[in-house]
Design a protein around this ligand. Sequence first.
Ligand code: GTP
Length: 597
Amino acid sequence: TPLSHIRNFSIVAHIDHGKSTLADRLIQQTNTVAERDMKAQLLDSMDIERERGITIKANTVRIDYLAQDGETYVLNLIDTPGHVDFAYEVSRSMRAVEGSLLVVDSTQGVEAQTLANVYHAIEADHDLIPVLNKIDLPASDCDRVAEQIEDVIGIDASGAIAVSAKTGQGITETLEAIVKHLPAPKGDRDAPLKAMLVDSWYDSYLGVVVLVRIMDGVLKKGDQIRMMQTGARYGVDRIGVFRPAMQVVDELGPGEIGFINASIKQVRDTKVGDTITHDKKPADKPLPGFKPSQPVVFCGLFPVDSAEFEDLRDAIEKLALNDASFSYEMETSAALGFGFRCGFLGLLHLEVIRDRIEREYDIELITTAPSVIYHVFMKDGTQQDLHNPADMPDLTYVDHIEEPRIKATILVPDEYLGDVLKLCQDRRGIQLDLTYAGARAMVVYDLPLNEVVFDFYDRLKSVTKGYASFDYQMEGYRQDNLVKMSILVNDEPVDALSMMVHRDRAEMRGRAMCEKLKDLIPRHMFKIPIQAAIGGKVIARETLSALRKDVTAKCYGGDATRKRKLLEKQKAGKKKMRQFGKVEIPQEAFISALKMD
Ligand code: GTP
């Protein structure tokens, strides 16, 4: 295909504004898929993605479109990951295309996440086509939303296309706009091969599949290729495009997007953003902007039933095959036995992996407190990266500690602004900006990542009844007064509950934690002290009194329902216990204790 007849684009949208539905419509209207094969939401292939309504893996489709000018164009849609944890992956996908459809739900308006992805698109020099979706709904207000796009994003929305991805209205206009308003890709067929590695995943039949965008040169079956960042060499076994099912082709030329198979053993051998070139006639330099992906949130995963450790290892190894950004190493904890310390790109990533282990592999897990990476500066001038609060060196040798900070952008209706400001302030946030767009405020905060990893999303959702949208980016490290707080149950330290906290907030957090644990740990036949300590100093303490022989005695005999409930509760609590010295702690205590209200 000549460059002039190719258009590459992505769709930028907030979750639920209709990205997948629109993509399906574009595919359907261009007859890319036979009607009978048309499954709802073709692009979200994994169950878990569908269930949670998020798109994790970038997917792609090639559409042939016969335009009104009588010419047939090849339209390549790259579906970008829809979550903040995958900011780097999003930025690479954006570099692989020349333009974006900016889809905004015309009954809702612009959200924080839309903004973040728009910034990625603008950074990649995209032309943006605003698309106002869901015009079939009575609440649709295109004028208001177009105005908001101009105010908040600062792009011209006068030519915005009114669309209903549901009824198909405006789809032809969208396809025409892609052809007319987005630039054709550039590239030199005769130059040495330069292809960007956009994404990769493991396919049980084909092995590792690599999604590439050809910048210069031509890639053919049988070519010897080299990854410029990792230096690895491979022979290309298969080349193809997605329609959206895989279709083998002979070659991919400049401007084209497709996949290759090349006897690559594992997904971790492929790095998003790497440059693929010919081994014999390489490009002189790689594409700019490559960044190895770095986990930012760590936590321990332990099987509830220690007999399932090998199953857990198996599950983790399999998941890691398909996810290069997920790291793990074996960990042993005095309290929890054998497990793994795992690194994730962010909280959502953590949740997805944890869910998959529990659901697909049927292993019940204990998840320890998520932790970020602290930079610990020692008095002797050396520096360590602390991934696990349990490994915190003795304070007498520590000079100072730095923690990662984020820049958070929150969009919220006016009436909830006060609650949001309070929440950010409570989490040691520093306000950077506050502006208004219509009836909504946009606040920008500098926040410590560790205050966000526990339950910030949950709290934000609950204080704003779900109306706030949130996005963040990493902002580097800063020194603060941080200490490790240990929790002792019956005088035994419980590693899995130790955490890094700000000194000024340690007492409060310690007290809250002890109170919670007091409710979460069932009573035993003896008295159990529950303490929070910094170094050797106890900063909070609760005592769980000893159990009386008859647990129902305090119910005064009368209320039978209450009695039964209490006994049932006890029985349920018994199921998932871990033994800590002489004390049994239920599994949910680990998660609940770490949530702050
Ligand atoms: P993620 O995949 O989670 O990012 O969401 P998405 O942006 O892909 O949204 P999706 O296409 O899943 O649409 C979200 C919901 O809006 C679904 O229930 C769709 O059926 C509905 N929807 C999408 N487009 C339209 C539309 O034009 N009109 C109406 N009434 N509903 C729509």
